[in-house]
Design a protein around this ligand. Structure first.
Ligand code: HPA
Ligand code: ZN
Length: 325
C-alpha cells in the first residue's frame, strides 16, 4: 500500500518549481508589511479568497501581481529559504528552481538583487542536504527583445544559474519566438528547458519545435505529446525529460494527466512528478506524488520509477546520477 510517508520520504529531485509560486500567504503578508506595500489584503483569509483560477490565463492574472511584495535581496533569500526547508521535508535531494527575472526587473528590481538573494539561499541549502540550482525563465508573453535584454544582463552571472526555461502565457507565443535566445544560451553552455503547458492551442506544434528545432533537454508539462506516437518515440530515444505537475494540471486543465504520465512511463520516456506553484495549487512535491498515486492507484514500483526519472532527467553530474539510479 502506498502511504503518504512513502511518497514524502522517497528521495527525489524537484525539476519544476517556480520560486515565485512558493510564496505562501503568510510570507506575502509579512513582506507587504515590511516593504510598506498595500496589496489590498490584510489577512490570510483575504489572500486565500483571491486564489481563484481555472486555467493558465486566470492563474497568471493572480500570480504576477502577488510578486510585488518581493523587493530586496533579503526578500528573495527568505522566499527561497522557506521553499528549501519545505523541500527538505519532502526529501528533495536536488532542486532545479525556476525564477522569472522579468517579472521583477519590469517593476524596477535589479537582476542582481534577484539572483544574489536566490543564489545565497541555494548555497545555504547545502546545510539541509539539498543540492539546489537555478534556472532563469523567459516570459514568453513579453517580446523577444525583452528576452534578449534579460539574457544579456544575466550572462555575467552565469556561474549562478545552470539553464534557461520558458514560461508564462503560451497562447500565441510559440517556442520559436525565442529561437535566438535559446541558441545564445546553448552557446554559453547553459542547459535548456521550456514549458509546453497542458492542453494549449498548437500544443503539438510547440512540442515539435522544442524537440526537433531547438533541441531542449526537457519539456515542462508537455504530456500532450502522447497524441503523436512518433514524437513520443523520438523523445524516448533522445532521453528528453517531461516534468508533469498533477495538482497544477488539476487546476489548469481539470485533469491530473495521470493517464498520459503512465503511458509515457510505459514507453520509456523520462517523465517525472513535480510541484509547479505549490503555494497556489495546494501542495508541495510529496503531495503531488501522493495525489497522483491515490487517483491512479499507482504501485510502489511506478512511484519509484518516477522518482528515479527525476534524477535521470536532472542536470546533475553522471557520477551523482549513478548514486541515485
Ligand atoms: N505555466 C506557465 N507559466 C507559469 C506556470 C505554468 O504552469 N507557473 C508559473 N508560471
Ligand atoms: Zn511551470
Amino acid at each position: 500500500e502506498v502511504t503518504r510517508d512513502f511518497t514524502h520520504n522517497l528521495p527525489k529531485a524537484e525539476l519544476h518549481v517556480h520560486i515565485e509560486g512558493t510564496l505562501e500567504p503568510e510570507l506575502k503578508l509579512k513582506l507587504a508589511q515590511k516593504n510598506n506595500i498595500d496589496i489590498g489584503q490584510k489577512t490570510i483569509a483575504e489572500v486565500e479568497e483571491n486564489l481563484k483560477y481555472d486555467d493558465l490565463a486566470s492563474f497568471l492574472a493572480v500570480y504576477y501581481p502577488a510578486m510585488e511584495v518581493l523587493v530586496h535581496e533579503e526578500d528573495f533569500y527568505e522566499l527561497a529559504m522557506a521553499y528549501l526547508k519545505k523541500a527538505a521535508k519532502n526529501n528533495v535531494r536536488h532542486a532545479e528552481i525556476f525564477f522569472d527575472p522579468q517579472a521583477h526587473t519590469s517593476r524596477g528590481v535589479k537582476f542582481e538583487t534577484v539572483i544574489n538573494g536566490l543564489y545565497r539561499a541555494t548555497v545555504d541549502a547545502r546545510a539541509l542536504n539539498i543540492d539546489a540550482r537555478l534556472i532563469m525563465c523567459f516570459l514568453r508573453d513579453l517580446s523577444r527583445e525583452s528576452a534578449r535584454k534579460i539574457l544579456l544582463e544575466a550572462l555575467p552571472y552565469k556561474d549562478k544559474f545552470i539553464g534557461v526555461g520558458l514560461d508564462s502565457d503560451e497562447h500565441n507565443n510559440p517556442p520559436m519566438k525565442f529561437f535566438n535566445q535559446f541558441c545564445t544560451a546553448q552557446e554559453h553552455g547553459l542547459h535548456v528547458t521550456a514549458h509546453a503547458d497542458v492542453d494549449q492551442v498548437n500544443s503539438l506544434e510547440h512540442i515539435r519545435e522544442l524537440l526537433e528545432v531547438i533541441g531542449v533537454e526537457r519539456i515542462d508539462h508537455g504530456t500532450n505529446i502522447v497524441e503523436d506516437p512518433d514524437l513520443v518515440e523520438f523523445a524516448a530515444k533522445q532521453g528528453v525529460g517531461f516534468t508533469s505537475c498533477p495538482l497544477s494540471n488539476d487546476f489548469i486543465a481539470s485533469d491530473m494527466k495521470g493517464k498520459e504520465v503512465l503511458e509515457l512511463l510505459a514507453k520509456g520516456v523520462k517523465v517525472s512528478i513535480h510541484s509547479d506553484d505549490p503555494a497556489y495549487f495546494g501542495g508541495y512535491i510529496g503531495d503531488n506524488y501522493y495525489a497522483l498515486a491515490q487517483k491512479y492507484d499507482l504501485t510502489k514500483e511506478q512511484i519509484v520509477a518516477l522518482a528515479k526519472n527525476s534524477f535521470a532527467a536532472s542536470w546533475i553530474s553522471e557520477q551523482q546520477k549513478a548514486f541515485y539510479l
